[in-house]
Design a protein around this ligand. Structure first.
Ligand code: NDP
Length: 415
């Protein structure tokens, strides 16, 4: 792919953002807008927020806008015209795939929420893009297939999730090569790193870290995260600690490391975003204020460090940094995710699909917070399938698990 070069000899990168209207999407656009000579926006996508998408198009002038709900394409055309945006409208899966693969974009930000992001994410990998991955559900469902697609397409995969981004930063200086004399190491191929004893993912503990009675939790309370401002699904996942479970699975794929060498530690201040412990006893950590623009800027700018707009960390104003063991009794979703990772790829797909159904039912007030884990556990018990060898097979297992989970929600009844 030919690279445009600006006067300052910084390559001008074309960026497609899948899920542009969401929390990660808008944070990415905020970082991009700080660097007009470095990035140009090529395509933006949304699910149903037509007006919001048109407004972003008027501001960032992409060539292509895609609305995933195809019935809304005429409304998008009208909204683009009203907003005065000279952007072509498209819709549905074909539109998402075009945004993921188009030649002018060398960078694709995968920020759709849920397994709905899987097909365009894989398409971007196959097309050899710099793939900036926020959509953790895609790698949880299809880790092996996504990595295969990255390899086959000659793509690069950079994590946006703050924990994995932190680990990526901590591993940057580690010597290449998987094993050391003690057998420590992570990764395969050119990304392999020597001497790594364990990855330590930090977790804020969410809004209910200190709460004992979970009986009357509302969606508003679950979405009120103490440190981070995020979309509703990941906010509920943070409240149940499923988010950390999905991240453990994500880390095992991204860094090619087994479950026993990934630890989770609750760190309520969200200052340390994650750590790597080496065989010599050194522990490297990445710190910063809790603002997703920092990991986004790191991944967008690599190998350079670029301004993110995040507030700077003021050590003299920090309270104590504290650490706790996660409580698997009060937060059973984390334990379910550990078990799913150990059981294999089918369980990870079922875990993710049933969690998406249970979280949506909770957000719609059809399921109490306390039964989210029960719906997932029941679905895991009732869904079996052969290990998937294709993305289509993953989608089939995902669909089966969703139907089982809907059934479990219906049986559980409203709060
Ligand atoms: P949001 O809910 O804020 O945004 C989701 C985006 O995806 C929106 O643009 C939405 O469009 C679009 N979308 C939703 N459903 C579909 C669908 N079926 N097909 C196509 N597009 C769809 O989510 P977040 O930005 O919070 O999270 C996005 C991803 O990033 C998630 O996987 C999350 O786990 C991950 N992540 C998020 C972090 C955060 O701080 N927010 C941190 C780390 C990871 P519309 O607006 O039209 O509904």
């Amino acid at each position: 792919m030919a690279e445009n070069v600006t006067a300052a000899h910084v390559p001008l990168r074309g960026v497609s953002i899948l899920g542009a209207t969401g929390s990660i999407g808008t944070s990415t656009l905020d970082v991009i807008a700080r660097h007009p000579g470095r990035f140009h926006v090529v395509a933006l996508t949304a699910h149903s927020k037509v007006e919001e998408l048109a407004r972003l198009c008027a501001r960032h002038r992409p060539r292509l806008a895609v609305i995933a709900d195809a019935t809304l394409e005429p409304a998008l055309r009208q909204a683009l015209a009203r907003a005065g945006a000279d952007t072509r409208a498209s819709s549905g899966l074909p539109g998402l795939l075009e945004a993921a693969q188009c030649a002018e974009a060398d960078t694709v930000v995968a920020a759709i929420v849920g397994a709905a992001g899987l097909l365009p994410t894989i398409a971007a990998a196959r097309a050899g893009k710099r793939l900036l991955l926020a959509n953790k559900e895609a790698i949880v469902c299809a880790g092996a297939l996504l990595l295969e697609a990255v390899h086959a397409g000659g793509a690069s995969l950079l994590p946006l999730d703050s924990e994995h981004n932190a680990i990526h930063q901590c591993l940057a200086g580690a010597p290449a090569g998987v094993g050391s004399e003690d057998g420590y190491g992570v990764g395969t191929g050119s990304g392999a790193r020597q001497g790594v004893r364990r990855l330590i993912l930090t977790a804020s503990g969410g809004p209910f870290r200190q709460r004992r009675d979970f009986s009357a939790i509302t969606p508003e309370q679950a979405c009120a995260h103490p440190n981070w401002s995020m979309g509703p699904k990941i906010s509920v996942d943070s409240a149940t600690l499923m988010n950390k479970g999905l991240e453990v699975i994500e880390a095992s794929w991204l860094f090619q490391v087994e479950r026993s060498r990934i630890s989770v530690v609750v760190h309520p201040q969200s200052v340390i975003h994650s750590m790597v412990e080496f065989g010599d006893g050194s522990v490297l950590a990445q710190l910063g204020t809790p603002d997703m623009r920092t990991p986004i800027a790191y991944a967008l700018g690599l190998p350079e460090r670029i301004d993110s707009g995040s507030a700077r960390l003021d050590f003299l104003r920090l309270s104590a940094l504290t650490f706790e063991e996660p409580d698997l009794k009060r937060f059973p979703c984390l334990g379910l995710a550990y078990r799913a990772l150990e059981s294999g790829p089918v369980a990870s797909i079922v875990l993710n699909a049933s969690n998406e159904i249970a979280v949506q039912a909770f957000l719609d007030r059809r399921l109490p917070f306390t039964l989210i884990a029960a719906v997932i556990e029941r679905t895991l018990e009732r869904t079996s399938a052969a290990a998937p060898r294709s993305v289509e097979a993953v989608m089939e297992i995902d669909g089966l698990a969703r139907r089982q989970a809907q059934d479990a929600v219906a049986r559980a009844g409203p709060p």
